[in-house]
Structures are given as structure tokens and as C-alpha cells.
Ligand binder design. Structure first.
Ligand SMILES: [Fe+2]
Ligand SMILES: [Fe+2]
Length: 193
């Protein structure tokens, strides 16, 4: 894939870095942890927003320092929590309740492999956005390609989690399953029951 060079200074470019005090993503209210499937879905909306930001960074080749810091925080704090929620709680619960005809073996294998690969991409993106202390971070062409690749791979991953795993979870998980998930997800975040 060829990524165009950043626009020269002075060009009007909607992909250019834009200093902003607004957060790229909202904090999810901890009260939503009582509805763990809704919480995970809300987190996926935030992940899509971060992927949009990464696509913008990849096209521009430059990132405002504050936006870089917000993405680093999200990728190094929130994404690992989502992976733990899924690998420790959501996937095992759905696996326990799924019917044979749900055919989820291949789906879970693909999702776990995605997580493993995503972690390696996340580590590299975080390193790229963290090392520079300048107000505007210049992104290398390798990192720009990685950001595009990560964003498009995550888009497919989220579609499977939302469209298959969460859809089946809503039908098959019991009230007891959801209560146990809520307790564990709260504990993971240090939220009192
Ligand atoms: Fe997820
Ligand atoms: Fe996932």
C-alpha cells in the first residue's frame, strides 16, 4: 500500500493535525458495568473512534501531541482491559452456553489470534507516538502503514465481536452469567460492587 506524503505546510487538509482539548473518546460511566454486554459494545464504539483517529494520523503523517497522548493512553490501558474482559469472561461464558450449531470454535480461534496480533501492532504504535517530545509528532511511513493495517484489521474484528459474539451472548447468557461478568469487570477496574 502506498501512502501519500504529508501535505506541505499551509495546505488546507482535513487530515492535518488539529490541536484540540476535546477528548477523542468519552469515559464510559462505571454504572454501565452492571450491563456488561452494553459496556463492551460501548467500548467497541470507542475503539472505532480511535481507529478513525489512527487513519487520520496515517494520512497526515503528523499528530498533535495531545491527540498522540490520548491514543497512547487508550491503546495501552483500555484496549488490554477489553481483551481481558473478552478472554477471561465473555468468550468463556458464551462458549459454555453456546449450542453446537452456533459453530463458534473457528470464530473464537480467529478472535484470539487477532488479539495476539493486535497487541504487537499496539506496542509498535504506542512506541512511535510516545518517544517524541515535540508538540507535533512526525509519524514514520512504516508506522503510518501499520496504523492503517491495524485500523482495518480492528474493523473486521469488531464486526465479528458485535455481530456474532455479543449477538449470541444477548440470547444465551443467563442473568447469573451477566452478574458474574459484571463483578469481574468491576474488580478488574477497581470499581466497588
Ligand atoms: Fe472487543
Ligand atoms: Fe476483541
Amino acid at each position: 500500500m502506498t501512502i501519500p506524503d504529508p501535505a506541505p505546510a499551509g495546505d488546507t487538509d482535513r487530515n492535518a493535525p488539529r490541536p484540540s482539548t476535546l477528548p477523542l473518546v468519552e469515559v464510559i460511566p462505571s454504572s454501565l458495568l452492571d450491563e456488561p454486554l452494553a459496556y463492551i459494545f460501548a467500548d467497541h464504539v470507542r475503539q472505532r473512534m480511535i481507529c478513525s483517529a489512527l487513519r487520520r494520523f496515517a494520512l497526515s503523517g503528523k499528530v498533535d501531541r495531545r491527540e498522540a497522548d490520548m491514543v497512547v493512553t487508550f491503546l495501552s490501558h483500555d484496549v488490554p482491559l477489553d481483551h481481558e474482559d473478552e478472554e477471561m469472561d465473555l468468550f468463556p461464558a458464551v462458549r459454555r452456553r453456546a449450542l453446537r450449531e452456533d459453530n463458534l470454535g473457528v470464530v473464537f480461534a480467529r478472535l484470539l489470534e487477532d488479539h495476539r496480533r493486535a497487541q504487537s501492532a499496539v506496542d509498535k504504535i504506542v512506541a512511535e507516538l510516545s518517544v517524541q517530545s515535540a508538540e507535533v509528532v512526525q509519524v514514520s511511513s512504516a508506522a503510518r502503514e501499520l496504523m492503517q493495517a491495524y485500523a482495518s484489521s480492528e474493523s473486521g474484528h469488531l464486526a465479528i465481536e458485535n455481530g456474532i459474539v455479543l449477538a449470541i451472548a444477548r440470547i444465551r447468557l443467563t442473568r447469573g452469567d451477566l452478574g458474574a461478568m459484571a463483578r469481574r469487570m468491576k474488580a478488574r477496574r477497581g470499581v466497588a460492587h
